[in-house]
Each structure stands twice: as structure tokens, then as C-alpha cells.
Design a protein around this ligand. Structure first.
Ligand SMILES: Nc1nc2c(ncn2[C@@H]2O[C@H](COP(=O)(O)OP(=O)(O)OP(=O)(O)O)[C@@H](O)[C@H]2O)c(=O)[nH]1
Ligand SMILES: [Mg+2]
Length: 308
């Protein structure tokens, strides 16, 4: 679209230039005539400049509906069994989601699948391959920086294992585009407990962890550990990502806390969370320790150090 308008403006200028040159008139008249004739091109240039500022040229689909640039970031470690179906599913939606996978050199060669799709859809599927298992938090931060550098307006976090249903991406996007939300969270605990196939012990642990975080931070979010989100780019631009301390799963808590501390509008959207069917969990006991003490430290730090 942008290229088309640029082309039209340039063709207009070229013809007007040729026409004005033919007239062999005095230099002052020549200049004013040139400006006058190229007025339309000038307007087109201004229009392109304005639209670029508000990201309107992000992507235009073949049926000419303007789609705003959105990208789904998925960190992976040994997700070969899930990733192929996940890529196919995300690409099948009419919202035009792009996909960025951050793979930590998975021994099961998850990255090979993404490379295949990257070649098939070079404008839509991207891969960042890191040297080893460096943690979920650092994977997302690498992905955020990558997406911001490329002008994405809506940036999603989602697991590879279908615990988060990709069909809910559109609901999170709608909350941000229609309801003016800055951070939409796919929440398990906003309308009861919407978790399928987790043992009761795990549900209790997750629910109590959320209560604990709410109690310490005073943040009005019910599912504080949720990892299914849609950020408006301005949230990630405002948060100084260098100040995010958590490297593992508690990163999810800190990102919400940072967005809330900076006054962004957060909304929880009820989702149904389903236990993974394929592949293995990467959860470990260390995650628990990181969160228990880390949340208290995070709250104390926030009293004298802001996140921007
Ligand atoms: N790049 C990267 N991805 C990771 C790392 N740890 C976990 N992941 C991915 O992060 C997502 C969430 O991890 P899961 O193991 O599903 O953790 P969970 O959803 O909290 O727990 P379960 O699904 O119950 O096992 C998945 O897509 C994982 O493959 C990591 O160190 N690096
Ligand atoms: Mg999972």
C-alpha cells in the first residue's frame, strides 16, 4: 500500500517535471509552477508520513482490510510435538498474527520445525535461536526487543503447549483494540477456577501463589502468574526491560507488576487453561523459591526505584 502511494506520487512528480521543463520559462515562475503542479504529490507524501507514525501501514491483507501489526511470541524448550500444530493454528486466523519463536537450542530440534516454516512464510514466522536454556523471562525479553525494533503494535505472550488456547488470541486482541486496554491478561481465576486436568495440588499452589502476590504487591490482578497476554507496544516501550530481574517463571509476575506500577490499564479476560497433552513440563522447585522471596524484594525495590 505504502509502496503503491509512493510510486503514484513519484510518477506524478516525474510527469509534472517533464511538462514544466518543456515550457522554458523564467526560473521564478518555473519553481512556483513546479510546486503548484506537484501539490497532490506533496499531500500524498504528508499522508504517508502521518500514517507511518500511527502504524497504519503495518499490514494490509489481500481483501484490503487494514490489519494492525501483531506478533505472538512463543518461548520453546523441547516442544517439537506441539510446535508444528501451533504454527499452523496461529497462522490460520484472519487477524494476521505473526509468530516469533525463541528456542533455547532444544535437544529435540524444535528449531528445525520453525526454520521450515520460516522458509515457507518468511514474512510471518521468525526464529531466535539461543545457545542454551537461559530461562523463560530472558527469552521473552529478547522477543520483546526484537518485536519493538520491528514496529509491532500488539505483542503477545503464549506457551507452546496449547495450555493457552490460540483461539483466545483474538479475544485478548479485541480487549486492546476495542476497549482501550494496554495489557490484556488471559486469566484462569477471574470467573472461578478455569483449569482443566491439573491435579488439585497444582491448582491450589497456583491459586495460593496468586493470592500471595496480590497480598504482598497490592496489585489488583487475580491471575498474577498468568503467561498468556497481549501488550500494547507502548507498555513494553515504557518499561525499562533492563530493570526486570526475574529470569524464570516469576518474570510473569514482575511484568504485570511493572505495567501496573506505571499506571497502565490492565484487564483480565477469562480463559480456560488446559494441562499440556504432549511434551514435558519445565517447572521446577527453584521457581517457587525465586518467587517467594523475589516478590518481597520486588515490592521493596519498587518503593524507591520505578520501572521506567
Ligand atoms: N526459550 C525457552 N522456553 C522455555 C524455557 N522454559 C520453558 N519454556 C517454554 O515456556 C513455555 C511454558 O513452559 P511449560 O513447561 O509449559 O510451563 P508451564 O506452562 O508453567 O507448566 P506445564 O505446562 O504444566 O508444564 C513452554 O512453551 C516452554 O517450552 C526456557 O528456559 N527457554
Ligand atoms: Mg505449559
Amino acid at each position: 500500500m505504502k509502496e503503491l502511494l509512493f510510486g503514484a506520487a513519484n510518477v506524478l512528480i516525474y510527469f509534472n517535471f517533464a511538462r514544466t521543463s518543456e515550457k522554458k520559462i523564467n526560473p521564478f515562475y518555473y519553481l512556483t509552477d513546479l510546486l503548484h503542479n506537484n501539490f497532490i504529490s506533496l499531500i500524498i507524501y504528508l499522508f504517508i508520513f502521518e500514517c507511518q507514525n500511527c502504524n497504519i501501514f503495518a499490514e494490509v491483507s489481500c481483501n484490503n482490510t487494514i490489519l494492525i501489526k501483531s506478533i505472538v511470541i512463543i518461548p520453546t524448550y523441547n516442544e517439537r510435538e506441539n510446535i508444528e500444530r501451533m504454527v499452523e493454528t496461529v497462522l490460520s486466523y484472519p487477524d494476521g498474527f505473526h509468530l516469533l519463536v525463541i528456542d533455547d537450542n532444544s535437544p529435540d530440534n524444535t528449531a528445525e520445525v520453525i526454520k521450515y516454516y520460516g522458509q515457507k512464510f518468511p514474512d510471518k514466522v521468525f526464529l531466535i535461536q539461543r545457545s542454551g536454556k537461559l530461562g523463560l523471562g530472558t527469552a521473552y525479553i529478547a522477543g520483546f526487543r526484537w518485536a519493538l525494533d520491528r514496529g509491532y503494535e500488539f505483542i503477545f505472550e503464549m506457551d507452546a503447549d496449547f495450555s493457552h488456547s490460540p483461539a483466545d488470541l483474538t479475544r485478548l486482541l479485541n480487549a486492546c483494540t476495542n476497549d482501550g486496554v494496554d495489557l490484556a491478561i488471559g486469566s484462569r481465576y477471574i470467573s472461578g477456577v478455569n483449569v482443566v486436568n491439573w491435579p488439585i495440588g497444582r491448582i491450589l499452589m497456583s491459586y495460593c501463589a496468586s493470592m500471595y502476590v496480590r497480598f504482598i504487591t497490592r496489585m489488583p490482578v487475580r491471575d498474577t502468574t498468568a503467561g498468556f497476554k497481549c501488550y500494547r507496544s507502548k507498555v513494553l516501550k515504557t518499561i525499562n526491560l533492563d530493570k526486570i530481574r526475574f529470569k524464570g517463571y516469576a518474570f510473569q509476575i514482575e511484568m504485570k507488576f511493572a505495567a501496573w506500577s506505571l499506571g497502565f490499564n490492565i484487564k483480565e479476560i477469562p480463559i480456560i487453561f488446559t494441562e499440556r497433552k504432549l511434551g514435558e513440563s519445565k517447572m521446577s522447585g527453584g521457581i517457587f523459591n525465586e518467587a517467594v522471596w523475589g516478590v518481597i524484594r520486588m515490592k521493596i525495590r519498587s518503593l524507591y526505584n520505578s520501572y521506567n
